[in-house]
Design a protein around this ligand. Structure first.
Ligand code: ZN
Ligand code: ZN
Length: 119
């Protein structure tokens, strides 16, 4: 049987798209896994800080507990967990020393500075 060039191309394309679909799915699963892992780490860190009684911004020392207008609002909702070494950069082990608790403003400044320095 004679295969025309077109059929061969179609078959090659089908093989290629099958492979890339598999790779893409794997990558998406990895990204989802990383996001889940990051969220879990951030939560554990915030819980640990709460237990230590240090639920305040590491940079400006903003402490939600001292604001009367925040009564009834969980301090955790007013603070972000910042990863000093982004997980996506291939670092497998994240320790507490890699994390910081920041108020949203200090967190934004941190990332603006990181971007400035090409990070
Ligand atoms: Zn702050
Ligand atoms: Zn951050």
């Amino acid at each position: 049987m004679r295969l025309s060039g077109r059929t061969c191309q179609a078959k090659a394309f089908a093989r290629w798209s099958e492979t890339s679909a598999r790779l893409w799915k794997g990558r998406q699963q990895n990204v989802r896994k990383l996001i889940r892992r990051a969220a879990k780490l951030a939560d554990d860190f915030a819980k640990w800080r709460a237990k230590q009684g240090t639920m305040q911004c590491d940079d400006c020392k903003f402490d939600p507990a001292t604001r009367p207008d925040l009564a009834g609002i969980k301090p955790r909702s007013c603070l972000d967990v910042h990863h000093k070494n982004p997980l996506a950069e291939g670092k497998r082990l994240t320790t507490r020393a890699d994390l910081a608790l920041l108020c949203p403003t200090c967190h934004r400044i941190k990332h603006l500075r990181l971007r400035q320095s090409g990070g």
